[in-house]
Write a protein that binds this ligand. Structure first.
Ligand code: ADP
Ligand code: MG
Length: 291
């Protein structure tokens, strides 16, 4: 066993995942990383991260801007090679078996991906082709995805007329058409108003129930993570500062603690008050642009 805190944490998690029978029939966890590390020059963006997620679990990844959340997701989605360490999705190694990994994952990137000049249905049809979903299955899968994400009535409207929350829900619908085992969502609600954010989360919950998809979701919003996530990993300076159920994390800090308190306690950072946070929000808001 490694002596680093992250390594120990990973080992413990791995043990508890085993104890809780979180593996599928083949014995694989939905997601597992072992001392996963990414350096950019002398900057270590992700520093020996060891985490695991069970099948059907929603794992929240919370941390201030620059903490390493997107870099971690990019490695797990095979878009960025790790510097060291390893990771597996449904038992497939992200470096040695990237095609197997890609087949089993969905990715909702931080920046906008839906095409405003097409209807919701047309966007979904493009994704269905991209994922090589057999022709006969396309229409039923698209219909199901529209229903789960609450877009059935807007399917034939141009996406440029969608609200920000509807666009995000469409992007999530696009990312689940091929029934991924693990869905990665990077800041799915940043830049959305509270009502739209609520609608995204509500449908993410529905998605979890409908398809039992494992999800790794990054967010700045503690109260959302608290409500939605089965477990939360707090990431700071590329390292996992703590991981557990929202109640476990809070009870470690003290009675009446909120997740914001947990975060401030672990990192000394008041997450919502960061200047960089506002920048992300503004970028997201202008990217949204479709009214
Ligand atoms: P987050 O998503 O938590 O805001 P990122 O993963 O985007 O954080 O970034 C983590 C750190 O790595 C930051 O310091 C960022 O500047 C740096 N970084 C990210 N991508 C690159 C890159 N392609 N080249 C150099 N540095 C990068
Ligand atoms: Mg990011």
């Amino acid at each position: 066993m490694r002596s680093t805190a992250a390594g120990t944490e990973g080992h413990l998690l791995w043990k508890s995942a085993q104890a809780m029978n979180l593996r599928d029939q083949s014995g694989a966890l939905a997601l597992q990383t072992d001392a996963l590390t990414k350096r950019f020059g002398d900057k270590t963006a992700v520093d020996a991260v060891s985490i695991a997620a069970a099948h059907g679990e929603i794992l929240g990844l919370i941390g201030p801007n620059g903490a390493g959340k997107s870099t971690l997701i990019k490695m797990l989605t095979t878009l960025l090679p790790p510097t060291s360490g390893s990771a597996a999705i449904a038992g497939f190694d992200i470096v040695r078996e990237p095609a197997e990994v890609r087949r089993r994952i969905g990715y909702v990137p931080q920046l906008l991906s839906a095409d405003g000049s097409l209807t919701g249905y047309e966007n979904l049809l493009l994704s269905a082709r991209l994922y090589a979903i057999p022709r006969v299955e396309r229409a039923p899968r698209i219909r199901h995805a529209l229903e789960v994400m609450g877009l059935a009535d807007s399917a034939d409207h141009l996406v440029q007329r969608y609200s920000g929350g509807m666009i995000r829900r469409l992007e999530i619908a696009q990312s689940m058409l091929h029934r991924p085992q693990v869905l990665f969502m990077d800041e799915p609600t940043v830049g959305l108003d509270p009502v739209a954010r609520q609608s995204v989360w509500q449908h993410v919950r529905q998605l979890k129930v409908a398809l039992r998809t494992t999800m790794l979701i990054t967010t700045h919003y503690m109260e959302e993570a608290d409500e939605l996530c089965d477990r939360i990993a707090l990431i700071h300076d590329g390292r996992i500062a703590d991981i557990g159920t929202p109640d476990e994390l809070k009870s470690r800090v003290g009675p009446g603690a909120t997740l914001d308190d947990v975060f401030a306690h672990l990192t000394g950072v008041e997450i919502e008050s960061q200047g960089s946070y506002r920048e992300v929000r503004r970028a997201r808001a202008s990217a949204r642009g479709h009214g």
